[in-house]
Design a protein around this ligand. Structure first.
Ligand SMILES: *Cc1c(COP(=O)(O)O)cnc(C)c1O
Length: 368
């Protein structure tokens, strides 16, 4: 029986192995192991790829979000207790960034068609303390924020899953006030360890994040903020400089897999993700189906018995996480329903589009 793995990182990096080794050796031989030319070059290349004036490399995606919010606080644009509107089916990182800055998350239910924050429900969530809207381009699909709100509030995009996705031709990370990227190894463009970045056209914000990531200092031994240590490693910057030029090509492979699933999947128990009208709006970090009738676990067992690894993003809604007991009483039925229904099928470059067709044919046999 053929085995279809969900994601194998060594295989995902194998097309780049020689270049990655050379880039790593370049850093080893350089003697520069924090900051320096390698990180600065990656920042320039990322800002070009994302069409922003600035990109600032940081330690990881969570810190990218924490530091954007911290920077707005240092700039006097955001204060403790202010509210951040985001989707209720969020990954936990964005919420951790919000609560870490002593801001308050306000959860808006997603649209079941896109699995992203429902723009029609934003209005009702706005209060006198609303300052930020945090769209999460979940699974790689652009989560648009209506102009009306974008003019009024800070828009912090969570681009961890969506590098290369575009809305009306504009790349994510350039759509709002600031974008937060993660280069965690499993992401569409993954480092060989942790890394993240902030993108923005706001020079003051970029400068502030640059200081905050480095102990609150831009000049040695002169600390203007109580910052943190969250710098991008030059060795990761070097790895990412190898992979970033292949962003569109990587995303095209995922799109081909999503297309194959969309054409082939045909089972009334499996709800397919809606294909976007413009293919550029989705980079398919995950291909997420919903299994109806409470059969999710049986579906996963069935797929596993037939050689197909699947995953669940995410099995527990954020407001039901033990660390957020204070939100456990919230009534967020769509997020809760999704936590019980979603299954991710293999969609990375390790899955060939012929494999995706085979996997879909196996899924079509579930309970049929
Ligand atoms: C991966 C991810 C993050 C966090 O990135 P790290 O680099 O692991 O800190 C944030 N948000 C979303 C949606 C993610 O998928």
């Amino acid at each position: 029986m053929k085995h279809y793995s969900f994601l194998n990182l060594a295989d995902a990096n194998s097309p780049y192995i020689c270049e990655l080794q050379q880039a790593a050796m370049r850093v080893v031989n350089s003697g520069r192991y924090i900051g320096g030319e390698e990180v600065e070059a990656f920042e320039r290349e990322l800002s070009a790829a994302v069409s922003t004036d600035y990109a600032v490399g940081v330690g990881n995606g969570l810190d990218a979000m924490r530091l954007i919010l911290r920077a707005y606080m240092e700039m006097g644009k955001l204060h403790e207790g202010d509210e951040v509107i985001t989707s209720s089916n969020n990954y936990i990182a964005g919420i951790l960034a919000v609560t870490d800055c002593r801001l308050k998350p306000v959860f808006v239910e997603p649209d079941l068609a896109t699995l992203n924050l429902d723009p029609a429900k934003i209005e009702a969530a706005v209060s006198g303390r609303t300052r930020v809207i945090m769209p999460v381009h979940l699974y790689g699909r652009i989560s648009p924020v209506p102009e009306k709100f974008a003019r009024e509030f800070i828009v912090m995009e969570d681009c961890a899953q969506s590098i290369g996705a575009r809305f009306c031709g504009h790349p994510c990370g350039s759509l709002g006030s600031a974008g937060a990227f993660s280069f965690y190894p499993t992401k569409n463009i993954g480092a060989l360890g942790d890394a993240g970045a902030v993108t923005t056209n706001n020079g003051e914000l970029a400068e502030c994040v640059r200081a905050l990531r480095n102990y609150g200092s831009l000049r040695q031994y002169h600390n203007i903020y109580r910052g943190v240590n969250s710098r991008m490693d030059p060795i990761q910057a070097a790895m990412l400089r190898v992979k970033l030029p292949h962003m569109d090509e990587e995303n095209a492979l995922r799109r081909a897999n999503a297309q194959a699933y969309d054409e082939e999947l045909d089972n009334p128990l499996i709800i397919k993700p809606q294909m976007p009208a413009d293919p550029d709006e989705h980079v398919w970090h995950q291909y997420v189906v919903r299994i109806v009738g409470g059969h999710r676990d049986e579906f996963r067992d069935f797929m596993a018995k037939n050689g197909v690894e699947t995953a669940v993003h995410y099995p527990t809604a954020v407001h039901h996480q033990p660390c957020y007991e204070e939100y456990s009483g919230l009534h967020l039925p769509v997020a809760e329903q999704l936590a019980g229904e979603v299954v991710s099928l293999p969609v990375s470059r390790c899955t060939k589009s012929g494999d995706a067709r085979q996997i879909a044919r196996i899924a079509n046999r579930f309970m049929n």
